[in-house]
Write a protein that binds this ligand. Structure first.
Ligand SMILES: *[C@@H]1O[C@H](CO)[C@@H](O)[C@H](O)[C@H]1NC(C)=O
Ligand SMILES: *[C@@H]1O[C@H](CO)[C@@H](O)[C@H](O)[C@H]1NC(C)=O
Ligand SMILES: *[C@@H]1O[C@H](CO)[C@@H](O)[C@H](O)[C@H]1NC(C)=O
Length: 341
């Protein structure tokens, strides 16, 4: 394919692209068009951000037709870059009280995105976060591309070791970034818990998806994305590193006297008390060549080549809840009552 020959010629783009932007929440409900297409409700609760259409042909719906380019179907997006109609989602975090009742933990915007309604911070990077040069050539995802990282059923560190970079940051202040842990933080985090999901960066160059939504992607063969490790021959195409940050406002649940004796009180919607089951889903939906154009330009956090919209427009792009169940206030059990392992 063309890009291999380009890479063989050593044509590195003289650019520095790292996008960091906010997307408000479009809905919190039990839907998962990637892992559980057509299933309404899906087994556990998700928070979803990105593009949608208001009319019948919703880009984000119980199912998402992989043959359709969602950027052509969607009529609005909750993301700051208004050419990005991709969908991004993660599980939802709950607090479990001593009496067993659960309460959804609210999501707050990251530093710099105040005013956004919940949602996440999304990154697309050529190189690791700490490398300001961002010099590696990356190939943008294609229409119809989707992927998943993380495994909702994992409950041990050994299992989670399969995924290199799904972590938590215990926020002492909103600006805390280190250290990261693979398990849930075990002490109260004054400014919240940030859940970080980083996707693999090597694509097989052929498949827009795969049965497990993961095997068309790979981590670098040696080293890491951050250290510039090369992609394996099986997955030779270097794509941008996609990363999500979600900030869960744990403030009202930080009183240790309210914590159960069994340990830290937070639990993912799929019944995971360990944190090892964290996962993120992605359905690509940038308009035309907007993402490639951005990755080939000098863009750092902001990007003059991309169109943007204000926070009030981001917040307006919401979808009515289709699953009829209460997910707020004190609940006797997690929505969908997944088994708690
Ligand atoms: C989802 O798709 C179905 C059929 O394609 C449609 O009837 C329904 O209105 C859509 N849901 C939403 C929330 O738009
Ligand atoms: C369980 O505990 C929480 C927190 O103390 C409390 O608000 C809630 O009302 C309790 N639920 C029941 C059913 O007692
Ligand atoms: C976090 O939650 C606390 C307690 O409910 C609230 O007072 C605070 O305003 C929230 N923080 C943000 C940034 O919304």
């Amino acid at each position: 394919m063309h890009w291999t020959s380009l890479a063989a010629l050593g044509l590195a783009a003289p650019t520095s692209a790292l996008l960091r932007f906010g997307c408000s929440q479009i809905v919190i409900e039990r839907l998962d068009p990637l892992v559980n297409p057509g299933q309404n409700p899906s087994p556990h609760l998700h928070q979803i951000i990105g593009g949608l259409t208001i009319d019948v042909q919703n880009a984000f719906n119980v199912t998402m037709d992989p043959t359709k380019d969602i950027s052509k179907e969607a009529t609005c997006t909750s993301c700051q870059f208004s050419e990005d109609f991709s969908n991004y989602w993660t599980a939802v975090l709950f607090f479990q009280a001593k009496n067993g009742s659960v309460h959804r933990v609210p999501i707050i915007p990251n530093v710099g995105f105040e005013g956004a309604s919940g949602g996440m911070t999304v990154y697309y990077m050529q190189d690791g976060l700490a490398n300001y040069a961002q010099t590696s050539k990356v190939t943008a995802f294609k229409p119809g591309f989707r992927m998943l990282i993380g495994e909702a059923s994992y409950r041990s560190k050994n299992q989670a070791a399969r995924f290199r970079q799904i972590t938590y940051t215990c926020l002492q202040t909103p600006g805390t970034r280190y250290p990261e842990s693979v398990n849930f933080p075990t002490s109260p985090c004054p400014a919240g818990i940030m859940a970080n999901v980083r996707f693999p960066t090597c694509w097989d160059g052929k498949n827009l998806d795969s049965p497990d939504h993961m095997s068309h992607m790979s981590y670098p063969e040696t080293g890491t994305f951050e250290s510039g490790g090369p992609c394996p021959d099986s997955h030779p195409v270097r794509v941008p590193q996609l990363m999500y940050e979600t900030v869960w406002n744990t403030s009202r649940f930080n009183n240790k006297a309210d914590w159960p004796e069994t340990g830290q009180p937070f639990v993912w919607a799929m019944g995971d008390h360990t944190g090892f089951g964290s996962h993120g889903d992605y359905v690509f939906g940038w308009k035309d060549d907007a993402l490639q154009r951005a990755m080939d330009s000098t863009c750092y956090v902001n990007c003059p080549t991309l169109k943007t919209q204000g926070i009030s427009d981001m917040n307006k792009c919401t979808v009515p809840v289709t699953v009829d169940e209460n997910v707020d206030g004190w609940l006797p059990s997690l929505p969908g009552s997944p088994s708690e392992m």
